[in-house]
Design a protein around this ligand. Structure first.
Ligand SMILES: [Zn+2]
Ligand SMILES: [Zn+2]
Length: 160
């Protein structure tokens, strides 16, 4: 038999997830109802389909379960956002950005441009944000292909 979770239980569950991840967790039922009202109970991303999930704009471990990180999402957009990994199409939804920024955060975007640098071994380094990734065993000759395959143009959205 299927269990119908009440809205309050869903929010408590999402707050619990954030707490376990060591992130902020202070989304209230009242805030969520206002959020649903704002998006007319539709998916915040496509604006067409009914909402099914409390979606975390940034990963829960990064930005937590808060009014400035949670929006309603349909199953398709939710799956697409995951599948796109760090591509920014859905992250850049103007409707979603306007809402989140009305909650007091500023969203900025950054596209990593990793280059291989040789120190004691090959490291991948983004000059834009100084992010550095160590890939044990990566050979200098393979670095370019590796970057292309896994990291090139991986975008990231972050709250300021
Ligand atoms: Zn949608
Ligand atoms: Zn970067």
């Amino acid at each position: 038999m299927r269990t119908e979770w009440t809205m309050g239980q869903k929010i408590r569950g999402q707050n619990q997830r954030a707490k376990q991840a060591g992130a902020r967790y202070d989304l209230t039922l009242e805030q969520w109802l206002e959020t649903l009202e704002y998006f007319n109970h539709k998916c915040a991303y496509c604006g067409k389909r009914d909402y099914e999930f409390i979606e975390h704009y940034l990963p829960v471990r990064v930005a937590g379960t808060t009014v400035s990180n949670c929006v309603p999402s349909c199953a398709s957009c939710n799956a697409l956002k995951d599948a796109q990994n760090h591509k920014l199409t859905l992250y850049q939804s103007e409707r979603v950005l306007a809402f989140l920024e009305s909650k007091g955060v500023k969203i900025a975007f950054h596209i990593h441009e990793y280059k291989a640098t040789k120190e004691e071994h090959v490291i991948l380094y983004c000059e834009g944000c100084r992010n550095r990734i160590d890939v044990p065993g990566l050979l200098p000759d393979e670095a370019e292909l590796y970057i292309e395959q896994y990291f090139s143009n991986t975008g990231y959205a972050y709250q300021v």
